[in-house]
Design a protein around this ligand. Structure first.
Ligand code: NAD
Length: 489
């Protein structure tokens, strides 16, 4: 057993358990595996459909009293969670490194985003929550934001802590209860960390349930009558299923899904800086980011020089276990994920693309790969790879860059690099994306911004910053008269 078991997040607390009205032992269990080494870090409990139903009912029972708690108390609770998190910074970061395979600076960045999400949520309860509407002087008419009830959050493995907290914190802050189902591969850093923090900060029982589990537990949440909304982050394939099920049960739905994001490098760009942007956008967290630069479109005149610079960077990035070494590239989350990426690379090379770097792996560490000469018919151009693979496609005119970038069902993020901001903007304005970065690569989230995608990247909702009121509350129109008036009937 590992030393992580002895500390704050002790296996004794959560081993074989789920968090639902306190820590509960359950029959079904799953080992937590460190992807870099294959070591077992502990054993979590996993929730059944009936555990989900019990949790959702308890959450609904607890929610009304929570919504009545004075706004400043809900706010203070969020700030106490921040303080608790800071107390346990080292250990939380270690879990991200070991369970999610994050390199340390990226884990620390994720921790920082979580703190921002909590602080932003702490401001929500003290903000104005409605508007006064016009009407006769004998009646007060206004619209106010009311909590939804129970919010079901289903989160993925790749940035497990922030992608859970970005929903849990604002949902709770505005008076909802939450049932969180983290990905079973990252249920400590993406679930039990949150349970411990909120528990120790004094969140009343019943308001946050953390139920690790797979698709079955997620589906149970989507059809539960006590759940008012599903906030889902994950693949477009699973998002479609979640959308169908939650839609059938008429739930409010937020889908944050996959991406195939273009980084466009124009022929007037500084190629060294552009190559550095491309390497960051394609390789950060092993390319396992929804906003990864999954397509790098380079203007023909500079395509060869750019490819050479990117391949040189890829070849020199240190790879390995991020817990024991200073590396830039850690392991992928699972063999399934690695085989998926490898399969796309191999098929694309077989279809005629050039392997300019990488294409090999050492255990779950897939080496940063560069594929040159990729055409729109090849698999790497079309599919979300979710691995450290830079896919290079060249274009002639600015119009052609727009056409290539929009040639996807996804619509999450895009980046354009050029010395001419006007030229980049003219291209950017024509891209069908939810996140657009001029003179930057495609990976960016600061939590204070609305985050959401178009097409197969989402269902038109956004999460974060000003979007959170729309996301986690709904309007209620209310009128008040001194006394009732008679009507003509
Ligand atoms: P995934 O869809 O396999 O799993 C995500 C979550 O959904 C997990 O908790 C999983 O257990 C659950 N799930 C899977 N099938 C389900 C079903 N039928 N019903 C209910 N729940 C179900 O995704 P993944 O492979 O873990 O994550 C990677 C994907 O997530 C990529 O496509 C990536 O682009 C996307 N992603 C999107 C964002 C965003 O904000 N847009 C952020 C991170 C990741």
């Amino acid at each position: 057993m590992d030393t992580l078991q002895q500390a704050w997040l002790q296996g004794e607390d959560w081993g074989g358990k789920v968090y639902s009205n306190g820590w509960q032992a359950v029959d079904s269990r799953l080992d937590v595996i460190e992807p870099a080494t294959g070591k077992r870090l502990g054993t979590i409990g996993t929730a059944s459909g009936s555990d989900v139903a019990t949790a959702a009912k308890a959450a609904r029972d607890a929610q009304a009293a929570w919504a009545d708690v004075p706004y400043d108390e809900r706010s203070s609770l969020m700030l106490r969670v921040v303080a608790k998190a800071q107390e346990h910074f080292e250990e939380i970061v270690d879990w991200l490194v070991r369970e999610a395979g994050a390199i340390r600076p990226r884990a620390e960045f994720e921790f920082g985003l979580m703190v921002t999400a909590l602080r932003e949520a702490a401001f929500m309860p003290s903000q104005a929550q409605g508007i006064l509407l016009p009407g006769p002087s004998t009646r007060i008419s206004f619209a106010r934001r009311v909590p939804l009830g129970v919010v079901g959050v289903i989160s993925p493995f790749n940035f497990p802590l922030i992608l859970a907290m970005r929903a849990v914190a604002p949902a709770l802050a505005v008076g909802n209860a939450v049932v969180l189902k983290p990905d079973p591969r990252t249920s400590v850093s993406g679930g039990f960390v949150l349970a411990k923090l909120f528990e120790e900060a004094g969140l009343p029982k019943g308001l946050l349930h953390v139920l690790p589990g797979g698709a079955d537990a997620g589906a149970a949440l989507c059809s539960d009558p006590n759940v008012a909304m599903i906030q889902f982050t994950g693949s477009s394939a699973a998002g479609r299923k979640v959308g169908e099920l939650a839609g059938r049960h008429l739930k409010k739905l937020s889908l944050e899904l996959g991406g195939k994001n273009s980084l466009i490098v124009l022929d007037d760009a500084d190629l060294d800086i552009a190559a550095s942007n491309a390497a960051w956008g394609a390789y950060l967290h092993q390319g396992q980011i929804c906003m990864s630069s999954g397509r790098i479109l380079v203007q023909e005149r500079v395509a060869d020089a750019f490819a050479e610079k990117l391949a040189a960077r890829a070849t020199h990035l240190p790879c390995g276990d991020p817990f024991t070494g200073q590396v830039a590239i850690g392991p992928m989350i699972s063999d399934g994920q690695l085989q998926h990426a490898k399969g796309i690379v191999d098929a694309t090379v077989a279809a005629g693309a050039k392997l300019l770097a990488g294409g090999t792996h050492d255990g779950l560490v897939y080496h940063p790969t560069v594929l040159g000469g990729v055409t729109p018919a090849m698999p790497a151009f079309k599919e979300e790879i979710f691995g450290p693979v830079a896919v290079l496609t060249s274009f002639g005119s600015d119009d052609e860059a727009v056409e290539l970038a929009n040639d996807t069902e996804y619509g999450l993020s895009a980046g354009i690099i050029s010395r001419s901001v006007g030229r980049a903007l003219a291209i950017g304005n024509r891209l069908r994306v939810g996140l657009l970065h001029i003179n930057d690569q495609t990976v960016a989230d600061e939590v204070v911004n609305p985050f959401g995608g178009r097409g197969a990247s989402g269902n038109g909702t956004s999460i974060g910053g000003p979007a959170n009121w729309e996301e986690f509350t709904q309007w209620q129109w209310m009128t008040i008269k001194d006394k009732p008036n008679p009507y003509p009937f």
